[in-house]
Design a protein around this ligand. Structure first.
Ligand SMILES: Nc1ncnc2c1ncn2[C@@H]1O[C@H](COP(=O)(O)OP(=O)(O)OP(=O)(O)O)[C@@H](O)[C@H]1O
Ligand SMILES: O=P(O)(O)OC[C@H]1O[C@](O)(CO)[C@@H](O)[C@@H]1O
Ligand SMILES: [Mg+2]
Length: 531
């Protein structure tokens, strides 16, 4: 999914940058999103430029060497930081993660570390995964993500995730910590569980959970939670986070002080954009202080708004759970005389849950997402279309993402503890406006509003998310043992990869209104443009 050619994202990006600035942080290598020119080719052919668009502005495409220069720059940006960048003298040891024989947890390292010397089932450090797999024959191809105006093929490779043959931490010297931040998301416990299990397989004995997000680093009342396979064995059977979550919290330097005090040298951070900004800052602070610490993120966002990844864990479960709410709204609306059902789903900046839930349910007449502006009133407004639906079908169902249509609501300027803007309730607004409109028109309607957001978020992961969590959790541990830090794990084109944190958090991933997927959703709902 490319960056948006849509002016609507500018305020959200400004908010994000403001938010980051308020934490005293900047990401030097993070691009600030630049919107494609609103004239010429970009507009006419609806070209969507790749995520790296802002890196492309300085490229001289008349230079015959531009492509190799671009690729060199790409390689530099997607290079994953390694412990040897700061400690070049570090000597790796053979991996204690055995691929062939399942040795029990290692008790004694005196006799050396066991390794698979003959069978190379490990991931080679030079293995790469192709980030983009479509060759667009023209910039006018649907959803084309282009680097240059001719949309030529440019290979972009990222690092493959998985266990390495050589590791940079001796398991008996590791104290690993796990922290979960931000909002809840189905699958958090599955990831915690897999991290703990994998650490133990490497031979790590000291594993702790930091309670209630980053807050747990500074709040002296909150004791760290010892973790083991025994503790986490069944945690994935329920939703939420075994460790607790929170927003807000201490400064980066306080957190690194706390890491030092506790002797933590592997930190696994589960969270969204904000949490990852924190993780990257911790990683940089550790480097500055010359601490030999591996900081590895696992992207947690039910909204699915992390750049470059096929999807994030919890998203599938959210879409599946949303079906229940949509189905109820449909039944209510369908059974009532002139029934209108409204379902609000999560999605602060991006409407992925709403779009996918609408598409999969087949019961939605109007899907509203933050990326696509709409009007309530007027001949092209939602209400006019609702009237048409009531007249022609007798009922209608609306699915709205929480971040949609915020321009229609009164701003409060309130923010949560992490600095995220607190949104007005767009679902309530649509409900009220619908009632008013039909009353004025003298048409009776029965409006039912369902807000299942927290019910969806508190669910346990479904089977496909369970697998995703398992792979991500395991890969996070492999990445840390391999000596990487300041990275996060994800899936690109079905393969598992390590990405440098700044590249995935420069802005939230958004739905491209010109993408095939959004058009598929519109095809399914049959809704017109509401502007
Ligand atoms: N730019 C930043 N730098 C350092 N820490 C940050 C930054 N932004 C947020 N944080 C910290 O990260 C934690 C989580 O942030 P936030 O509440 O925004 O959730 P998130 O990780 O984005 O997840 P969600 O998807 O649930 O919003 C908070 O403790 C917050 O203080
Ligand atoms: O009410 P809370 O816990 O702050 O979380 C709400 C936010 O969390 C998210 O699900 C992101 O995790 C957003 O979609 C939503 O705005
Ligand atoms: Mg966030």
């Amino acid at each position: 999914m490319g960056t948006l050619s849509h002016a609507a994202i500018a305020p959200r990006l400004a908010a994000l940058h403001h938010h980051r600035a308020s934490h005293g942080l900047s990401h030097p290598s993070s691009p600030s999103l630049r919107l494609p020119a609103s004239n010429g080719v970009a507009k006419k052919s609806r070209v969507v430029f790749a995520q790296s668009k802002s890196h492309n502005k300085d490229i001289d495409f008349s230079d015959p060497d531009w492509k190799s220069k671009f690729q060199r720059d790409f390689e530099r940006r997607f290079n994953i930081p390694h412990i040897t960048d700061v400690f070049p003298e570090s000597v790796p040891i053979p991996s204690t993660f055995c691929l062939r024989m399942r040795t029990p947890v290692i008790e004694d390292f005196a006799g050396g570390y066991p390794s698979d010397e003959e069978w190379h089932g490990y991931i080679n450090n030079n293995d790469r995964v192709l980030l983009k797999t479509i060759y667009y024959s023209s910039p006018t191809s649907a959803g084309a993500e282009c680097i240059d105006p001719n949309c030529t093929w440019v290979e972009q490779w990222v690092h493959r995730a998985g266990p390495r043959e050589k590791i940079y931490f001796k398991p008996e010297e590791v104290k690993a910590a796990i922290v979960t931040c931000g909002g809840l998301c189905p699958g958090l416990n599955d990831v915690i569980r897999q991290i703990v299990i994998t650490l133990e397989i490497y031979g790590v004995k000291k594993i702790v959970g930091i309670p209630y997000g980053y807050r747990g680093f500074s709040d002296k009342e909150l004791a760290e939670m010892p973790l083991s396979r025994k503790v986490v064995q069944n945690v994935h059977l329920s939703g939420g986070s075994l460790l607790g979550v929170s927003r807000g919290g201490p400064s980066v330097s306080e957190m690194v002080d706390s890491l030092e005090e506790r002797g933590i040298n592997m930190l696994f951070v589960l969270g969204g954009n904000g949490t990852h900004a924190g993780a990257d800052a911790i990683h940089n602070e550790c480097r500055k202080r010359r601490l030999r610490v591996a900081v590895v993120g696992v992207p947690k966002t039910i909204d699915n708004d992390i750049l470059l990844m096929d999807k994030t864990f919890g998203f599938d479960t959210a879409v599946e759970e949303a079906q229940r709410a949509i189905s109820s709204a449909y039944i209510e609306a369908h059974s009532a005389y002139h029934g209108v059902g409204i379902v609000k789903l999560m999605g602060r900046s991006s409407g992925f849950i709403a779009m996918h839930a609408s598409l999969s349910s087949g019961q939605i007449d109007i899907c509203l997402i933050p990326e696509v502006p709409f009007q309530m009133h007027g001949p092209h407004g939602i209400l006019h279309h609702l009237k048409y639906l009531i007249q022609t079908k007798g009922s209608a169902v609306v699915c709205v993402a929480e971040g949609a249509g915020q321009n229609l609501l009164q701003k409060t300027n309130a923010t949560d503890a992490s600095g995220n803007v607190v949104f007005g309730d767009i679902g309530v607004h649509i409900q009220q406006e619908t009632k008013k409109y039909f009353k004025q028109a003298g048409v009776p309607v029965d409006v039912k509003y369902i807000d299942p957001t927290y019910m969806i978020r508190a669910c346990r992961a479904n089977a496909s998310d369970g697998i995703l969590c398992a792979v991500l959790g395991q890969n996070a541990v492999h990445g840390a043992f391999a000596g990487y830090s300041g990275i996060t794990v994800g899936t690109c084109n079905t393969h598992y990869v390590y990405l440098p944190i700044p590249e995935v958090i420069s802005h939230p991933r958004l739905i491209d209104p010109n993408s095939r997927m959004w058009h598929r959703c519109l095809t399914s709902t049959g809704q017109p443009d509401f502007v």
